[in-house]
Design a protein around this ligand. Structure first.
Ligand code: NAD
Ligand code: USQ
Length: 408
């Protein structure tokens, strides 16, 4: 695959106020694209619900956008709209703005939150599946040829050991009767959240086949890091940093715990292997995807958006060595394989020019995150560090003895 030349485009970023969406919006804007952020601020409301907000003090979207204008000289608009509910407004936005592409980050993205209880399970499915369906119907109704770029997840493939390299979205199979076919890789989600991403994939397949919508679905791994070359330009542009048991992702949690002197919360043995990518590369990948749309008539284009695979226990050891904190092996609140191998193809992004940030050769970036966590340590609510969502009642009972201090 050869990278297409990047021409400035008009891009609507759904979920552009979030952890991935904000730095991506800035990067796209810096690259010369005309960016419109759409967000209903539901993530900020969930902060209130959970009694725990971003470790970093994030500004309102209006202040963020104004600050970016001052720093970069580039305008960026913010529209407060619920993609899952405000369908007519979404169509009107597309018809009025005629974007070349829509980047879709606007989903409830935490697996633990999606397992918390009936309310959160129902909200996650309603919000994510309706939002994706509304987006696709709105593109059809607008009559415009808008390229949809969606943030999916590596978790759609499941995390058992597959016995081989996970391909990019599709696998070749021989169907009963001997007919060969290329089908979506079997879905094997491990949470209600991950299940919504599998449902999204079917919606993309259908609207692509039925209405010819051009779609790129990015199966992204766990994102780490917080700031990017754009967000560090001004304190008001700072990115959010989730550290709590529901929204904090593993490597950022470990680094933050190390910075605060809290024993690292490894769930189970730490034998889980996952795909990882740095936040700066998330933004780069989106720009590459937007600049390389599928052709008309092409099936849904799927990229694995990861830099490398890493084992949770190894990450804990690395952070423990760097910070001198102990490792606290907790009972696992999740239902997942205690150990797994993971080999993932990422040739498409590499072929389009991505030279990803790898942890081992970029340990300075770990120090950067540590510095930020230490700077805002007084904003941490320590009680929110332990996992507070459980995959089932049995897991909840088993986890009763978990404590922040570990064996100490
Ligand atoms: P986030 O929660 O920080 O951001 C999501 C944003 O979407 C929030 O600002 C939220 O307010 C908004 N939103 C949610 N529902 C909406 C709706 N109905 N209408 C309008 N706005 C809505 O999450 P994130 O970490 O930035 O993740 C963004 C996307 O990337 C998600 O779809 C997630 O599944 C995917 N992803 C994230 C990671 C990760 O490690 N963070 C990894 C892989 C994939
Ligand atoms: N884990 C720990 N200790 C912790 C937190 C997590 O051991 O303190 C373990 C979990 O048990 C799990 C692994 O680390 O095995 C990853 O957990 P995570 O919370 O970092 O990531 P996950 O729940 O998989 O979800 C995150 C994002 C989600 C995205 C997904 C990509 O929140 O939006 O889709 O990463 S992926 O995992 O590749 O599917």
């Amino acid at each position: 695959m050869v990278a297409a030349e990047s021409k400035p485009k008009k891009i609507v970023v759904l979920g552009g106020d979030g952890f991935c969406g904000w730095p991506t919006s800035l990067y796209l804007s810096e690259k010369g694209h005309d960016v419109i952020i759409v967000d209903n601020l539901s993530r900020r409301n969930i902060d209130n619900e959970l009694g725990c907000s971003s470790l970093t003090p994030i500004e309102s979207p209006e202040t963020r956008v104004k600050a970016w204008e001052k720093v970069s000289g580039r305008t960026m608009r913010f529209v407060n709209l619920d993609v899952a509910r405000d369908y007519q407004e979404l169509v009107q936005l597309f018809v009025a703005e005629k974007p070349d592409a829509v980047v879709h980050f606007a989903e409830q993205r935490a697996a633990p939150y999606s397992q918390k209880g009936a309310k959160q399970k129902r909200y996650t499915v309603d919000n994510n599946v309706s939002g994706t369906n509304n987006l696709l119907v709105a593109v059809v109704e607008s009559g415009l040829d808008i390229h949809v770029v969606h943030l999916g997840t590596m978790g759609v493939y499941g995390y058992g050991t597959s016995g081989g390299e996970i391909p990019e979205g599709y696998i070749d199979v021989i169907l009963p009767g001997g007919r060969s076919s290329s089908i979506l890789h079997p879905a094997y989600p491990g949470s209600v959240y991950h299940t919504t991403k599998c449902l999204d994939a079917l919606l993309f397949q259908f609207y692509n086949k039925n209405d010819g919508i051009r779609v790129t679905d990015l199966h992204q791994g766990i994102v780490w890091g917080t700031n990017t070359p754009q967000t560090i330009k001004d304190e008001r542009l700072i990115n959010r940093f989730d550290y709590d048991g529901d929204y904090g992702t593993v490597l950022n949690r470990f680094i933050m715990q190390g910075a605060l002197g809290v024993p690292l919360t490894v769930y189970g043995t730490g034998g889980q292997t996952r795909g990882f990518i740095h936040i700066t590369d998330t933004a780069r990948c989106i720009e590459i995807a937007v600049s390389n749309p599928p052709q008309a008539g092409e099936k849904v284009q799927i990229f694995n958006q990861i830099a490398e695979t890493l084992r949770v226990g190894d990450l804990a050891k690395l952070v423990a060595e760097k910070t001198g904190v102990d490792i606290n092996y907790l009972k696992n609140p999740r239902l997942e394989s205690a150990e797994n191998e993971l080999e993932v193809a990422n040739r498409k992004f590499r072929g389009l020019g991505l030279d990803p940030i790898l942890l081992d050769s970029n340990l300075g970036l770990v120090d950067e995150v540590k510095t930020i966590a230490a700077k805002y340590a007084d904003r941490c609510v320590r009680e929110k560090i332990l996992p507070a969502s459980f995959w089932n009642r049995r897991r909840e009972a088993e986890c009763e003895a978990n404590s922040l201090e570990g064996g100490k």
